[in-house]
Design a protein around this ligand. Structure first.
Ligand code: SF4
Length: 279
């Protein structure tokens, strides 16, 4: 099988920072917790768990030690509660996510109703809206009716959404109506580069594999985009999910991976897929 790897794929700077921070802390401290998965990739979470990182869903499950704030960030009230419990906080929030939080606070202080475009259940969005008191999360065009038409709207977007989504949503808001609109581009360039490289590649190959966690927003976004340009797109977590029936008659395959997918998952997949022709 002829295998091509997207020019840009895999770990981004924010994820690398979160993982190396976790590794450093785990080398020097015991009782290290992360509230929710440090990144949305089970292979990485399991590896760090083997090193001692305890992932918990509720802060009530932590009574002492150190808490790592993951790359998606956490709401200020949540961080305050952890501090009030006497826990040591290590913040591994991605700087680009921090920027979105800061912009949300600024927009609110300037009198705008903060409009966050994206998935309300994603931890990044939960952390961003936790920074302000007057906000609305809008997921898609059907949600735009929630917005007041006579307001000053300050619009920001989940970092891993696509430019196409952002512009589509701005158009929908414009059609709905507003008194004043201030939109700040909070998309992550790293995620956009991965999306563009994936689109370029899936136009050239017979089949496309998108590697990464099933709960990873940026990986799911990549898979969704690839499917638009190549119907033969499969989102897999790793090689163990590969099914040879997917390859039937195909000569060339493309491989890309989300920003939270480690290099070793990509390398193993590519190596095994390349050698597949001889089987
Ligand atoms: S995808 Fe972008 S915003 Fe998200 S962690 Fe990576 S660098 Fe930060």
């Amino acid at each position: 099988m002829e295998v091509h790897v997207a020019q840009k794929c895999g770990f981004c700077a924010g994820v690398k920072n979160a993982i190396s921070t976790a590794e450093d802390v785990l080398q020097n401290q015991e009782n290290v917790y992360c509230l929710g998965s440090i990144i949305h990739n089970n292979d990485v979470v399991n590896k760090l768990s083997d090193m001692g990182l305890r992932t918990v869903d509720e802060m009530e499950d932590i009574s002492s030690g150190t808490v790592l704030i993951r790359s998606h960030g956490a709401a200020p009230a949540e961080i305050d509660k952890l501090k009030n419990k006497g826990l040591n906080i290590i913040d591994a929030t991605c700087v680009l996510v921090k920027r979105v939080q800061k912009i949300a606070i600024e927009l609110e202080s300037q009198g705008y109703k903060v409009v966050v475009l994206g998935n309300k259940d994603h931890p990044e969005i939960k952390a961003v809206v936790g920074c302000v008191s007057d906000f609305i999360v809008v997921a898609d065009e059907q949600d735009v009716h929630k917005l007041p038409t006579e307001s000053r709207l300050g619009v920001i977007c989940q970092t891993t959404q696509s430019p196409q989504y952002f512009s589509r949503m701005l158009a929908a808001i414009s059609n709905h109506g507003f008194r004043e609109l201030k939109a700040i581009n909070t998309l992550c360039k790293e995620a956009i580069k991965r999306q563009q490289a994936a689109i370029d590649l899936c136009r050239k190959v017979d089949i496309m594999f998108v590697l990464g966690g099933l709960d990873s927003a940026n990986t799911r976004k990549l898979a969704e985009l690839c499917r638009r340009y190549n119907e033969q797109t499969y989102h897999l977590q790793n090689w163990s999910e590969f099914d040879k029936a997917q390859l039937g008659g195909k000569k060339s395959a493309g491989v890309t991976a989300g920003a939270s997918t480690p290099e070793w998952i990509i390398a193993e997949f590519v190596e095994k897929l390349e050698s597949y022709k001889s089987q």
